[in-house]
Design a protein around this ligand. Sequence first.
Ligand code: GDP
Ligand code: MG
Length: 789
Amino acid sequence: MSSHMTLKDLKPGDSARIENVGGEGVLRRHLLDMGMIPGTEINVVRLAPMGDPMEVRIHGYELTLRLSEAEKIEIAPVPEPETHGSQETGNRRRRVHHPGLGEEGRFHPKGTGNPLPEDTVLTFALIGNQNSGKTTLFNQLTGSNQHVGNFPGVTVDRKDGVIRGYENTLITDLPGIYSLSPYSSEEMVSRNFVLNEHPHAIINIVDATNIERNLCLTMQVLETGIPTVVALNMMDEMTGNGGTVDINAMEAMLGVPVVPISAIKGEGVDELVKHAIHIARYQEGPLRQDFCSSTDHGGAVHRCLHAVSHLIEDHAEAASLPVRFSAEKLIEGDDDILDRLNLDQNEKEMLEHIVIQMEKERGLDRAAAIADMRFTYIYKVCENCVIKPGKSKEYLRSQKIDRILTGRFTAIPMFICIMGLVFYLTFILVGPFLQDLLQTAVDALASLAEQAMEASHVNEVVKRLVLEGIFEGVGSVVSFMPIIVTMFFFLSLLEDSGYIARAAFFMDKLLRKIGLSGRSIVPMLIGFGCTVPAVMSTRTLPSERDRRMTILLTPFMSCTAKLPIYAFFVNTFFPKSGWWIITALYLLGIVTGILTALLFKKTLFKGEAVPFVMELPNYRLPSPRNVLQLLWEKAKDFLQRAFSVILIATIVVWFLKSFDFSLNLAVNSHDSILAAAAGILVPLFRPLGLGDWRVVTSLICGFMAKESVVSILEVLFAAEGGPAAVISSLSAACLLVFSLLYTPCVAAIASIRREMGRSWAFRVILFQCGIAWAAALIIRLAGMAFGFG
Ligand code: GDP
Ligand code: MG
């Protein structure tokens, strides 16, 4: 092999050693953070079915990489006796007895001086890589006490909870990150939380089966100087496959308590909590922040780091940033930290001189030199403390599954089958069955209420409000809860098992054709459940351009809230061809999304989608606890909406339609306040054949919550016995299309606003209403041309 070979030239199954990582900027740093540093062995596992991207294995985990990035990574043949990896040396070493879970931490003598006052609320940040088990641990720690909240501002979507059994605590589950560098906006959220909100302690969760890459984040956490406890998770898998960790040796090398746990089984969690509370209360910082060595390659990096630390000491203190951490980030070229430190011109120049000198002496550029320094220490830790398991059962199993699910000819058909199955189970098998049950219950309750009111001679107006407004309106919406929860159940299974990551892998090339990257598939699939979490999940996308584009497209993926509308109209107008119509609507949403993407790609968002670097975790069985928790949250969410927004909208509409301007009970609802108000917008909808004020009202209320379209129609058409009296089948079809495509509910718009700002949110509303209107008009004209309507 020549010295200019790149990763792209490797065939599946081949291995090589990384010589040089090309490219520039944050992406390159991200690659380095993921462990792609010169000297590391890398193995090509497979190419995606369409030939791009590739799946590589490094440090014992899988990663996706586009060929265009692979081309920038220079490789060399693997030297015969492997020197770097701890694997070989580890196996030769004497096996130490595994200390077991909960060995009561023999870490340094516990301090007893100067505890924080008894009544301080101890705050903890839960930090770790994606898929390291944060959510699982969070649920274990907080138990039923947890409350989930959205926070205003940019740092949304973090979860806070109280540790079970310790009242004065607050633990925050931060987004999964690989580094404290500003690569994706999630990393920014986590980093800002640590740097700005000064939690009392950090619980750093480390996936023991993936220890090298996970420790890369740990090093950076230790450098912040904040009291930290390392939770070494997945110990069940680790020991199950013959691996082990010498916990005491690791504690000594990292200078913080290390607690082996299995979050999924709840083992070691109590001990973890004890340690966490202790270090927080006594503010026991890491004993070690200095991981560079004066003997490593002549100590160039060591001297540079210490020089910069001294140079910026006063500025770091003034900006209340940790010195060692800031020095490293400065050397890596982190502009955000540079701004915050407020160095003067001379200092900036000195900094640059020091760094250039280091690059010259070390023979590596700044980002690679720092990454190399970290990994050199990590290798040392692993060599001393970790006996790696052989290829794990989980990995071998994943490989087998992947041969089918991401196989060359099977990936796309399997994807279609799996999604088809999900929809089939949700909409045909499980959902409707549960829905019928619930509907029966609601009906029974309604007739009970009617009898009760009749018996006690309740006022006629109140009676009609309760029956028409609440039971007919809200009841019809509530009965959809089972379908919605079922949908989330399957989506979360797909996500937790690791399949959606695979979908992103093999769809990348297709999605790139419409200007997106593979990762965009995640928000889009979640969008079938609800637009709000879908929009939030775009934060994992590292580029602003991809993120915006994905956010603009997800609302076209028909969310579950629109389902009641479809069902209502299909039952009334097209009872025979129901499922065909609903399927067609879903497809129409997807097609519109694709067309929009193409349009954006040519206009607003020119340029290439960003690199696609993503971890492919082993397939795992989702934890029942996590799934149940999610279902419970969704159900609760839905009921809250039904009994707040939807109920209020329904009642308000009921009042407005029942009274005229002189506040008398309107004999004919055409004279009501509502008819007059909605009348203003009626002309807009007349071309669509929807020029009826009741329909218009329901569509307006749909902004509040999509489900309310149905409850409002039920209320408004109660007298006529249904909308069939005033709208034709063709108009009904137009209405379905309009409902599919027009702006999602207020909650979705609010989350779009949070992610993209007010003016974008406004544009989204206009844009989507425009598209919906145009599409509905096309349907109407086409229908009329074919003689319907
Ligand atoms: P997060 O992305 O960091 O929030 O990770 P999750 O909590 O979602 O966990 C990722 C996956 O790892 C899930 O499939 C969990 O069931 C699984 N998992 C979490 N903790 C453990 C553990 O201790 N042992 C094993 N075997 N699996 C775990
Ligand atoms: Mg999670």
